[in-house]
Design a protein around this ligand. Structure first.
Ligand code: ZN
Length: 152
């Protein structure tokens, strides 16, 4: 998914990393003659790139970022009480990650990007919901689950 650059930092090797609004980082090296990004070597050049979008493959891979903090969770739902809104395409807001935690049974979790993929989450497992990613869930039988929300 496309994510906006919110800042930059240097990694341990002295390479520049763009910080994205999904909390993932992405290397933006200037390594001539192979990778030409002279702009990354100046403060002014980096400032110009704030707000620009990069493709984040780590979001596409449903990779949960490090160091996020849980701040809210839903009630526990079952196949009977699962909210209608959860069963249609919906998304979390910018900067909010969701983690679906299945306590009993099986929940089907569908993400709509980069392609429509349905994941089966069984008891004890969890499903990762990146910010702003359209998704839905459905019960296939008895299930107990809740969703916990994380941010920085
Ligand atoms: Zn990302």
């Amino acid at each position: 998914m496309k994510r906006n650059i919110v800042g930059f930092h240097l990694d341990e090797e002295g390479d520049w990393v763009a910080e994205l609004d999904c909390y993932h980082g992405q290397h933006v090296r200037h390594a001539p003659p192979f990778i030409m990004r002279p702009w990354v070597t100046t403060e002014e050049g980096r400032q110009d790139k704030i707000g620009e979008a990069l493709e984040c493959v780590r979001c596409d891979a449903l990779e949960f970022p490090e160091d996020l903090v849980p701040y809210k969770k839903t009630a526990e739902f079952t196949e009977i009480t699962i909210p209608k809104g959860f069963q249609k395409d919906h998304s979390t807001k910018e900067g909010t990650w969701g983690v679906i935690k299945v306590l009993q049974g099986t929940l089907m979790y569908t993400v709509n990007y980069p392609t429509v993929v349905e994941h089966e989450i069984i008891a004890g497992q969890q499903g990762i919901i990146p910010p702003c990613l359209l998704h839905s869930v459905r019960a296939q039988g008895p299930v107990v689950f809740f969703v916990e929300f994380y941010s920085k």
